[in-house]
Design a protein around this ligand. Structure first.
Ligand SMILES: [Zn+2]
Length: 354
C-alpha cells in the first residue's frame, strides 16, 4: 500500500509539474467540453407539510477538515501536521466524537476533507472516512487552493484547477470508498471556479467566504438555493448571485444571517466565545425559519472544524450538544426542521425548481 501510494504521489507530482505552465494549456480546450446538463423534467412542486402547509427548513452541520502538513501536491507544511500520528489520531477522535453526537440527535453531516488528511488515512489504513460514509454522513471536498496549487493558483487555467480537484477527489474516494463526491467548499476567489468544478464532476457548493477579509457578502445570505451563472473575484457578485437555470452547480446559502462575519465570528474574542456564537446561530436559525417558504427548498447550515467547540474535558463539545438538544431537537420534532446533508439539499432543490 505504502509503495503504491509513493509511486502514485510521484506520478501525480510529475503530472502536476507538467501541467503547471499556463501557456501549455490551450484555453479553448477548457471552455469547449462543458457537458450539457439534461434539463430536469418538469415536475409538480412537492407539497411540504400537508397538515399545516408550513415551510420546512433543511438543516445540517458541515465540517471543514483543514490541510495540515504537506499536501499531495507538495505544498504547505507547518507544525500541526497529520503526518504526526498523535496529531492525526487526536483529530480523528475529535471528528468521531462530534459526528457521533450529531448521529445521536438523528443528524447527518457533510464532512469535507482533502490531502494530507486523506492521504495519511490511506497510508495508515485509517478507515474514518469510510466509517462516516457507512453511518450516512456525506463525504465531500474542502479545497484550499494555496495548499494544492501554491501561491500562484489564481493565474492557473480552469483545466489545471480541474486536474487538481480530480486528484483530491480521487484521494477522498480511495480513503472513503465513496465514488460520487459532489460537494466542495473553497476556491472562493477564483472567477472560473464553477467551470473547474463542473469539469471535475462537482455540482454542489456553499460556505462562500472571502479568505482575505473572513467575511461573506450579504447578497449570498438567505435560505433559497440557486444556480450561479458564474464565479466571483470577491468584489463583483453579479454572475454569482444571478440564477442560471442551466447552471451545473447548486449553491446553498448558509441561512438568514444578518452580518457579514458570521462564518468567522466564532474566532473573534469580541464575539464573546462559544456561547455567544451559538446564541447568534440560534437567532439566525429562527430568522431562517421565518424566511422559509412553503413549496420552496429552504436551507440553513453552519460549519465546524475538528476540535472546535471542544469545551472542557468533563463536558466535551457541550455547547454543540446543548444547541442540538435545546434548539434543534424540538424543531425537528415539530416538523419545522429536517436534517439533510448538503448534497441532499441540492437534490431537493433540483427536484422542485422550475
Ligand atoms: Zn478551510
Amino acid at each position: 500500500m505504502k509503495r503504491t501510494f509513493a509511486f502514485l504521489s510521484i506520478l501525480i507530482i510529475a503530472s502536476l509539474a507538467c501541467g503547471l505552465p499556463a501557456a501549455e494549456t490551450p484555453s479553448a480546450a477548457v471552455v469547449e467540453p462543458v457537458e450539457t446538463q439534461p434539463t430536469e423534467a418538469a415536475t409538480q412542486p412537492q407539497v411540504q407539510n400537508e397538515a399545516g402547509g408550513d415551510a420546512v427548513l433543511y438543516f445540517t452541520i458541515g465540517m471543514h477538515i483543514e490541510p495540515m502538513g504537506e499536501t499531495a501536491q507538495g505544498f504547505g507544511g507547518g507544525k500541526a501536521d497529520y503526518h504526526n500520528p498523535q496529531f492525526f489520531d487526536k483529530q480523528v477522535k475529535d471528528i468521531l466524537e462530534v459526528t457521533q453526537l450529531v448521529e445521536s440527535h438523528g443528524g447527518r453531516m457533510t464532512i469535507q476533507a482533502q490531502s494530507p488528511f486523506t492521504t495519511v488515512a490511506i497510508e495508515s489504513g485509517n478507515t474514518i472516512l469510510a466509517d462516516l460514509a457507512a453511518s450516512g454522513h456525506e463525504i465531500a471536498l474542502h479545497f484550499h487552493e494555496d495548499a494544492h496549487m501554491g501561491k500562484n493558483s489564481s493565474a492557473l487555467q480552469p483545466l489545471d484547477w480541474c486536474n487538481v480537484l480530480k486528484e483530491e477527489i480521487g484521494y477522498i474516494t480511495q480513503a472513503s470508498g465513496v465514488t460520487d463526491i459532489r460537494y466542495w467548499s473553497g476556491g472562493n476567489l477564483y472567477v472560473d471556479m464553477y467551470e473547474a468544478a463542473e469539469c471535475a464532476g462537482l455540482d454542489v457548493n456553499s460556505d462562500w467566504k472571502n479568505p482575505n477579509t473572513q467575511s461573506t457578502d450579504m447578497s449570498l445570505t438567505g435560505v433559497h438555493p440557486w444556480r450561479p451563472a458564474g464565479g466571483t473575484d470577491g468584489a463583483d457578485f453579479t454572475l454569482f448571485t444571478q440564477n442560471d437555470p442551466n447552471g451545473a452547480v447548486v449553491f446553498l446559502p448558509e441561512g438568514q444571517y444578518d452580518k457579514t462575519d458570521f462564518a468567522a465570528s466564532r474566532r473573534s474574542d469580541e464575539a464573546g466565545g462559544d456561547e455567544a456564537y451559538f446564541e447568534y446561530l440560534k437567532e439566525s436559525l429562527y430568522a431562517s425559519l421565518e424566511a422559509a417558504e412553503a413549496g420552496k427548498v429552504n436551507v440553513f447550515h453552519f460549519t465546524i472544524h475538528p476540535g472546535e467547540f471542544r469545551g472542557s474535558p468533563r463536558d466535551p463539545f457541550g455547547v454543540i450538544e446543548k444547541f442540538l438538544t435545546e434548539v434543534v431537537d424540538p424543531l425537528v420534532a415539530s416538523g419545522d426542521l429536517q436534517w439533510m446533508t448538503l448534497s441532499e439539499m441540492a437534490d431537493a432543490y433540483a427536484e422542485i425548481e422550475q
